[in-house]
Ligand binder design. Structure first.
Ligand code: FE2
Ligand code: FE2
Length: 224
C-alpha cells in the first residue's frame, strides 16, 4: 500500500476518534495514535494470517473500526455505546505495534522482544498499553474495567492468542465479529485474485477449498 494511502488511513482513524464523545476516551485514543504513529505506518498485522504488509496493522484497525461503526448504524435498537465501540476497534490490536522493529522491505519484518510475543500475546499487550495510558486520567474504576474488558475480550474465545476473558459486553461482540470478518476477507481477496473462473482456491490455513464463480454475468474488478 502506498505511503500516501497509509496517511489517509491514519487520518480516517483520527476522524473516527473524534466521533468519541467521552473526552477521556477520545484523548486517550488520540494520544496513543500520536505516540504510535511511526510504528502504525510501518508494522504489519499478523504474519501468515492477515494484513502482512507495511502498515497492515493500521489498515486492519481502520477496517475493523469501519465494520463495527457500520454495524452500529444497522442495529439502532441495540443501544450500542458507540464511544466504546470506536475506542475498542481502534485499539484492540495495538499491542501488535510492538512486535516488530525492523522494516527493510514491504515483506521483511523482524520480530522483537524475545519471547514476549509467545509468552504474553497481543491481547495482554494491547490491554496493558491501554491500561497504562488510561492510568493518567481520572476514570471511574468500574468504567475503566469495562474499557479494558473490551480490549481483553476482543478475541472472543480462549486459546493461543485468545481472549483474557470471555466477552460480556455487546460492544466487544461487535468488535470481535468485525475483526473476524476483516481477518478472513483480507487474505481471501488475495486468494481469489490468484485463480480464474471456476477454479478452486484456499485461504491461508484453509482446509476446505472454495470455488470462484462461473456466473457469465460475474464481472471482476479490473483496477486491482
Ligand atoms: Fe486481536
Ligand atoms: Fe484484530
Amino acid at each position: 500500500m502506498p505511503d500516501k494511502d497509509l496517511e489517509i488511513c491514519y487520518n480516517n482513524c483520527i476522524e473516527y476518534s473524534n466521533k468519541i464523545k467521552n473526552p477521556i476516551l477520545r484523548d486517550c485514543v488520540l494520544e496513543i495514535y500520536n505516540d504510535y504513529k511511526d510504528r502504525l505506518l510501518k508494522v504489519p498485522a499478523t504474519p501468515g494470517r492477515h494484513h502482512y504488509f507495511k502498515g497492515g496493522l493500521l489498515y486492519h484497525l481502520y477496517s475493523v473500526t469501519r465494520n463495527s461503526y457500520t454495524i452500529s448504524t444497522l442495529y439502532p435498537n441495540l443501544n450500542i455505546d458507540v464511544d466504546l465501540l470506536i475506542f475498542g476497534s481502534l485499539l484492540h490490536d495495538i499491542g501488535k505495534a510492538l512486535e516488530y522493529n525492523s522494516f527493510t522491505t514491504d515483506d521483511n519484518y523482524i520480530s522483537v522482544k524475545g519471547n514476549e510475543r509467545d509468552l504474553l500475546g497481543h491481547t495482554y499487550k494491547s490491554t496493558h498499553i491501554v491500561d497504562n495510558y488510561l492510568s493518567k486520567y481520572e476514570l471511574d474504576d468500574n468504567f475503566k474495567n469495562q474499557v479494558l474488558h473490551i480490549i481483553g475480550s476482543h478475541m472472543r474465545d480462549f486459546g493461543e492468542e485468545g481472549a483474557l476473558v470471555k466477552p460480556k459486553m455487546i460492544e466487544t461482540i461487535i468488535i470481535s465479529y468485525s475483526d473476524n470478518i476483516d481477518n478472513y476477507l483480507e487474505p481471501a481477496s488475495k486468494a481469489i485474485d490468484r485463480v480464474t473462473r471456476g477454479e478452486q482456491y484456499e485461504f491461508p490455513k484453509g482446509e476446505i477449498p472454495y470455488y470462484k464463480s462461473l456466473n457469465p454475468y460475474y464481472e471482476e474488478r479490473k483496477d486491482k
